[in-house]
Design a protein around this ligand. Structure first.
Ligand SMILES: *Cc1c(COP(=O)(O)O)cnc(C)c1O
Length: 381
């Protein structure tokens, strides 16, 4: 039997193992060692951000963002419902109330035309997710946020090295977060980063990440002892994680080129089938250069989507769906939301199937996925 094609397999590409061995040999394996510094420098230099700080996860970076924005109980945060739970939970943890906005049917990103009416005098942040690594309509969103003096946080878990009008995703909000979870484009197992674009937030971000102490300033020789100065927690990853991550980040061009190739091959291989079967494919607005995080198809309805996933499974291909809308979840309902409130989010959540999409997916494997998809019996009972 031919082996099954997994949905995901973590990227392994360059010097990861050699760097981890170096970190072990160096005797410094706790946070903020040599490899963490190299990851910070690489990301700051590439993105042109004021500061990049590795964290133990994107979830933790989002929690840091909520702390940095000083969110208080009763504050409102505008968020998509079509996203991973941490995008919202990080703010809910501070007592903020999520105000869910529906998504666009083309990019599946926050629908900027619906933002204005979600605003209130209590709105403290707009959180955007560049779904699949394709940018939100940031010109419109940024102009609206600036007009009302509301900071933007980019949950850029999907979008590292994607661009919007030539600018890097993750540099368009006051703060942005990255994920290096094993399912993401670059990984160290579990990991993340906070990208600080607003220079006024840099000093406090360092303190929050270092248990509320000014340890970073101490190590730079700016103060002669370090002490407790603010709220904080332990958000820094071990240098072993950073060592693995550096091995991947250094291969940025290679990773992005490979993922673009996989994306383009899916588009080409599925195009005719999709257009004759009423199946939707990803749409890329001309101002967006994707980060190529994932590949999805949109079936006409939920029953067909379930049948499609089962069909692929029978052909040895593992495909998955996501996201279960947050506004109709038990927590979402506690905030007064109900099914029917965000029709596009609910429809997309029912229709979407994600195909295997990872760095090590071979052409032969991808061809098998494409053959399995285009032979799906659309009309079977
Ligand atoms: C993966 C993901 C996260 C969480 O990342 P972790 O590093 O696992 O905490 C947050 N938001 C989005 C949109 C994600 O896809």
């Amino acid at each position: 039997m031919t082996p099954r094609i997994p949905f995901n397999h973590p990227t392994l590409i360059g010097n990861e193992a050699a760097y981890v061995a170096q970190a072990l040999a160096s005797g410094h394996i706790s946070g903020d060692g040599a490899f963490t510094k190299r990851c910070h420098a690489l990301l700051e230099r590439t993105l042109g951000a004021s500061r990049v700080l590795l964290t133990s996860s994107c979830t933790h970076a989002l929690e840091m963002a909520a702390l940095l924005l000083d969110l208080q109980p009763g504050d409102e945060v505008i968020v998509p419902s079509f996203t991973f739970v941490s995008t919202v939970n990080a703010f809910v943890l501070r007592g903020a109330r999520p105000v869910f906005v529906d998504i666009r049917s083309d990019t599946l990103n926050l629908d900027e035309r619906q933002l204005e009416r979600a605003l209130s005098s209590r709105t403290r942040a707009i959180v955007v997710v560049h779904y699949a690594g394709i940018a939100c309509e940031m010109d419109t969103i940024s102009a609206l946020a600036a007009r009302h003096g509301i900071p933007i946080v980019e949950d850029n878990a999907h979008g590292l090295f994607g661009r919007y009008r030539g600018r890097w995703l993750g540099t368009l909000g006051s703060l942005a977060t990255l994920s290096f979870h094993e399912t993401k484009n670059y990984t160290c197992g579990e990991g993340g980063a906070l990208v600080v674009n607003d220079p006024h937030l840099v000093a406090r971000a360092e303190v929050l990440r270092e248990k509320g102490t000014n340890r970073s300033r101490f190590f730079r020789g700016e103060v002669d002892k370090y002490t407790w100065v603010d709220l904080g927690s332990s958000y820094l990853p071990s240098d072993l994680s950073a060592a693995m991550l550096l091995g991947q980040l250094e291969e940025q061009d290679h990773v992005q080129a490979r993922r673009k190739e996989l994306f383009d091959r899916y588009m080409e291989g599925l195009w005719d089938w999709a257009h004759t079967s009423g199946v939707g494919l990803p749409q890329i607005p001309p101002e967006c250069t994707p980060a190529y995080h994932l590949f999805y198809v949109r079936l006409p309805d939920e029953a067909m989507r379930s049948r499609f996933i089962r069909w692929l499974d029978s052909q040895g291909v593992h495909s998955v769906f996501h996201y279960v809308p947050l506004h109709t979840s038990p927590m979402g309902r506690r905030y007064g939301y109900a099914a029917g409130d965000l029709p596009m989010t609910e429809a997309v959540s029912d229709q979407l199937a994600r195909l295997p999409f990872f760095f090590g997916l071979s052409r032969a494997q991808q061809d098998r996925v494409i053959r399995a998809a285009v032979s799906f019996p659309m009309n079977a009972a």
